[in-house]
Design a protein around this ligand. Structure first.
Ligand code: HEM
Length: 374
């Protein structure tokens, strides 16, 4: 039974709840269908466990920004909590350990993020784990990676006397950052190049802008983005359609209210970010790939409020700054050097995403042509 004044939802079967009404391989269409019947805030039962699904910018904002701390918890009774032993940042509940670790990483990132190089601390950890072969190569990067990783570990162990810092926490935190930071950025890039190959006029317009702004410079810097409104709009539009993290799981930290409904403490919250990124009324072209979604009539870059691929509020993505920098520098550097072509023999492109904690495009082939030096 739904508690008093709980958000409405479909009829519930004993023990099974609503799981027969959800396609567990990809529930996003079901979430949208249920929204049409029950509104922006509704409830479903996953077995016997109630969950509230929050859709659309207005409701999502009220929950995670206006009522920020009320909705900043993470569920603690799931299988993943056993695996992570309730440590780390991502699945840690709202509380002092989460706060201390989040602050530690945020400080480390921002103190070193002033220039591009410092993010090597994180990048090197990721690269080192992803491509173990680099350990055996005599690359200058090797030494840097080691120094930076050592810096990270030393900083963690020495500079933090608090009780929530421990070796187990360090391991879980490293795994969290590795997990959260690799698939997300690389899947966004994969989606980006899939679209750019199939919208060659958009790719060319980016290249013209990049050539013009970087003329005479050997490298792009993150600051150059202010001079590249069109490329910025394209990268943001890529993130919008890539919808890389389609939902975020939260948990209420106290009895609270949302859009007039009552939600008890400890309720699982499914924040449907997909429903914001393609919400009608928020975007000029919600259902197509179109950089105009981020450009005003003067061709200037503008970021609508509904652009929330990193979520918002206290649990907003910790790596947002790093991810935005990575996406910009990688896209600009690659587009400057190469032309990306959809191979004729590949037939019609399939833009359907494969559902998961992170969404990815289906595997595809690309033709890469070196551009004449600009
Ligand atoms: C395009 C790339 C990325 C996207 C779209 C993305 C998106 C997200 C989203 C939607 C969340 C959940 C927020 C919530 O619960 O409301 C999240 C959390 C998180 N992300 Fe990212 N992310 C990206 C890259 C990164 C990178 C590069 C890192 C770090 C190296 C990172 C670290 C984290 C961490 C640690 C959390 C958990 C924060 C917390 O629970 O307090 N992410 N991200």
């Amino acid at each position: 039974q739904r508690p008093n004044n709980f958000p409405p939802g479909p009829p519930v079967l004993p023990l099974l709840g609503n799981i027969l009404q959800l396609n567990l391989e990809n529930p996003l269409k079901d979430f949208e269908r249920l929204r049409k019947s029950y509104g922006d805030v509704y409830s479903i039962f996953i077995g016997r466990k109630p969950a509230v699904v929050i859709n659309g910018m207005k409701a999502v904002k009220e929950a995670i920004v206006t009522k920020a701390t009320d909705f900043a918890g993470r569920p603690q009774d799931m299988f993943i909590n056993e695996v992570t032993q309730r440590k780390g940042v991502i699945m840690a509940d709202y509380g002092s350990s989460w706060r201390e670790h989040r602050r530690f990483h945020a400080n480390l990132m921002s103190s070193t993020n002033q220039k591009v190089k410092p993010s090597l601390t994180y990048l090197s950890l990721q690269l080192y784990d992803t491509f173990p072969v680099i350990r055996h190569l005599p690359l200058p990067f090797q030494k840097k990676a080691f120094q930076k990783s050592n810096h990270f570990f030393r900083y963690y162990v020495l500079d933090n006397g608090s009780s929530s810092f421990s070796e187990e926490q360090l391991i879980m935190n490293s795994l969290d950052l590795h997990g959260a930071g690799t698939d997300t950025t690389s899947n966004s890039l994969l989606t980006g190049f899939l679209y750019l190959m199939n919208y060659p006029h958009i790719q060319e317009r980016c290249q013209q802008e990049i050539d013009r702004v970087l003329e005479g410079n050997c490298q792009a810097s993150f600051e150059d983005r202010h001079k590249m409104p069109y490329t910025q709009a394209v990268i943001h539009e890529v993130q919008r359609v890539a919808n890389t993290v389609p939902t975020a799981l939260h948990c209420t930290t106290r009895d609270t209210e949302l859009m007039g409904y009552s939600i008890p403490k400890g309720t699982l919250i499914i924040e449907n970010l997909t429903s914001v990124l393609n919400e009608e009324g928020q975007w000029k072209f919600p259902h197509e790939f179109n950089p105009e979604n981020f450009l005003n009539d003067q061709g200037e870059f503008v970021k609508p409020e509904a652009f929330m691929p990193f979520s918002a509020g206290p649990r907003v993505c910790l790596g947002e700054g790093l991810a935005r920098m990575e996406l910009f520098l990688m896209m600009v550097t690659l587009l400057r050097k190469f032309k990306f072509i959809w191979p004729e023999e590949a037939g019609e492109p399939d833009f359907t995403q494969v559902y998961g904690i992170t969404m990815s495009p289906k595997p595809y082939c690309m033709k890469v042509q070196l551009r004449a030096p600009q």
